[in-house]
Design a protein around this ligand. Structure first.
Ligand code: ATP
Ligand code: MG
Length: 582
């Protein structure tokens, strides 16, 4: 493969994409970021064109775009030209079924090629792509399809039977169901039969930058998931963050471990890597320690984007397994989704010879907003610095408005100046909730953080999770990280529980490393360790052991559920809860 052609076409120079952060901040403009894309006349564009067609047009169609590893370990490659013709076929299928521009195309699929083809084909045709996580039960599926007004669903025979049959009659806007592993049957059509019967040529629909492209539901960590609307213009941010925050280069073999059912798996599991012309690894199987190390070594992964829960599970499994693998191709590792404990960053250094680079963003922001960049020193435990082009601040609420706090290390709400391309344009059906996010020209994130005097941002906790104890404001993350340092601990969730004298006291739920037995001695040892590290005012007063902590299916600890259960309150929406053993 001649990488010079693709480098030239994408204007990516050899070496780090951002050798000097401060310089990049000074030079950055969104106009320039947009100019890196192909686009169409009159400022129109289409995410799918940027992801696939432009590479084919520039002569790089034979480059591998997607390497799919099946559950049983077989490998199947798709070039950019393959993705182009398959997504064109799918766009033609939509056309034939009279699914029009702006209509919503849903998937309920595991990580199979049809998911990626559907995403690209739907975008190409000007439809809105909405991926659903395949492990959702019928109720969450129904809720998401209703909210978004699904016109067509692509799924498998088994998933259809288990999740759709009971709810289909309720979905009045759903006109078509396409099944990827079955021939035509009652109420559904054969995806591949339709694909084979159409042309592999389709002219990408030129979209207005503000046309809706993606509908993603949030993780439901703090309550009922919200339907977040993103537009085609978002690709400007996907592309540039892929370069600046993940340092993607055309030679890279890139593995994003997130499922496209969550925003990370689409923004950084499809769009950012493909627009940057890299080779994408997709593993159909679920998390498995041995398999993951095998993937990293056998595929020669160079850039790896994963999440704290997975990293903690790898840490738990020890250092012997990675030592058996050749991981020398890896050059950049990043993490998102939850706070990354300093312990995990150090572990990266020890095992892989490089730190995990934490970065922060939300479904609402559509792309990475704060990050530890390749060229920057990582401060373990910090989320890093704002993306060039993004203004982030710490604000406090005053008289119905907000004011930025300038004093370093002051806890306040993390806020961003609105206006970047991948910012959400709406919460579907929840206009008032959407409007409430914007105050005094700041977008309020709902997360609390501090900024240090070097400009690094540190996560404190979600607004709802912060604990007020004897006049102190305590972030659960700080307490969790201190407990994580203890060798017996794998995972911690910290909450505040009501207390007459202190207002709230800190309580920790701890899952142990294999080989450790929960007993009173260990409990006292952990209490002592936390006191020593945090001081008596911040350390937990109570510690209880749990086999697992309740998590969302995207891997986030659900502190609100720990709290509800502790206080005997209603559990609220648990549609995204991964089953948990107490
Ligand atoms: P919901 O909004 O439905 O409660 P959610 O906020 O978990 O769910 P997402 O949009 O998937 O849904 O997650 C974004 C949130 O995840 C952020 O607001 C933040 O609380 C957390 N998060 C993401 N990355 C980081 C990080 N690097 N450090 C700390 N927290 C993070
Ligand atoms: Mg949220």
């Amino acid at each position: 493969m001649d990488y010079d052609i693709i480098r030239k076409s994408l204007d990516i120079k050899a070496g780090s994409n951002m050798p000097d952060y401060e310089q990049a901040v000074a030079d950055f403009s969104w106009r320039h970021a947009k100019s890196l894309l192909h686009g169409f006349a009159d400022g129109k564009l289409n995410i799918a064109y940027e992801a696939v067609e432009r590479h084919v047009k520039s002569g790089c169609g034979q480059k591998i775009a997607l390497r799919w590893i099946t559950k049983n370990g077989d490998v199947c490659d798709y070039t950019y030209a393959d993705l182009s013709s398959l997504s064109s076929r799918f766009a033609n299928v939509l056309d034939r079924l009279d699914i029009n521009k702006g209509e919503r195309v849903y998937t309920l699929l595991g990580r199979v090629p049809e998911l990626y083809i559907t995403a690209l084909g739907a975008l190409k045709a000007g439809c809105v792509f909405c991926p659903m996580f395949s492990a959702f039960g019928p109720e969450p599926v129904q809720a998401r399809m209703k909210i978004g007004g699904a016109a067509v669903l692509i799924t498998t025979k088994a998933l259809y039977k288990r999740k759709m049959v009971s709810i289909r009659a309720e979905l009045h806007e759903l006109r078509e169901v396409l099944i990827v592993d079955d021939s035509e049957s009652e109420g559904s059509r054969d995806f591949h039969g339709l694909m084979d019967a159409t042309s592999d040529q389709f002219e990408t629909v030129a979209m207005d930058p503000e046309d809706m492209a993606l509908l993603h539901f949030t993780s439901g960590t703090t309550g009922m998931p919200k339907g977040v609307v993103h537009v085609h213009e978002a690709v400007v941010a996907h592309n540039i963050t892929g370069r600046l925050a993940l340092d993607l280069q055309p030679e890279d073999i890139y593995w994003c471990t997130a499922d496209p059912g969550w925003v990370t798996g689409t923004s950084y599991g499809i769009i950012a890597p493909l627009t940057n012309g890299v080779m994408l690894i997709v593993d159909e199987a679920e998390f498995d320690v041995a398999r993951w190390y095998k993937n990293l070594s056998e595929q020669g992964v160079t850039v790896w984007y994963t999440a704290p829960t997975a990293i903690r599970m790898l840490m738990k499994s020890g250092s012997e397994l990675p030592a058996e693998h050749n991981l020398s191709k890896l050059r950049f590792m990043a993490s998102v989704g939850e706070p990354l404990n300093p312990e995990a960053v150090e572990w990266g250094n020890e095992i892989f010879g490089m730190p995990f680079h934490d970065n922060w963003w939300q479904t609402e922001t559509g792309g990475i907003m704060i990050a530890n960049y390749a060229s920057m020193d990582v401060k373990p435990g910090s989320m890093g610095k704002p993306l060039p082009g993004i203004t982030a601040g710490i604000v406090e609420k005053i008289d119905g408005g907000v004011r930025e706090v300038s004093e370093p290390l002051t806890i306040g709400e993390l806020a961003l100046k609105p206006g970047w391309p991948s910012m959400m344009r709406a919460y579907l059906d929840e206009e008032a909730r959407y409007q409430k996010c914007f105050v005094d020209n700041w977008y309020l994130t709902g997360d609390l953080a501090v900024r240090d005097s070097d400009g690094y941002f540190w996560f404190v906790g979600r607004d709802d999770d912060v604990i007020k104890s004897s006049g102190h404001l305590i972030g659960p993350f700080e307490v969790e990280s201190a407990l994580m340092e203890h060798e017996a601990v794998t995972e911690v969730g910290v909450i505040g529980i009501p207390n007459e004298t202190a207002g709230q006291i800190v309580k920790a739920f701890v899952a142990l490393q294999s080989g450790y037995v929960p007993n009173e001695d260990l409990r006292l040892e952990l209490l002592g360790h936390a006191r020593k590290r945090l001081g008596p005012a911040v350390a937990p007063k109570e510690i209880v052991f749990r086999k697992n902590l309740p998590k969302t299916r995207s891997g986030k600890i659900m502190r609100r559920l720990l709290k509800a259960r502790e206080l005997g309150l209603p559990e609220g929406d648990i549609s995204t809860l991964e089953s948990d053993e107490k």
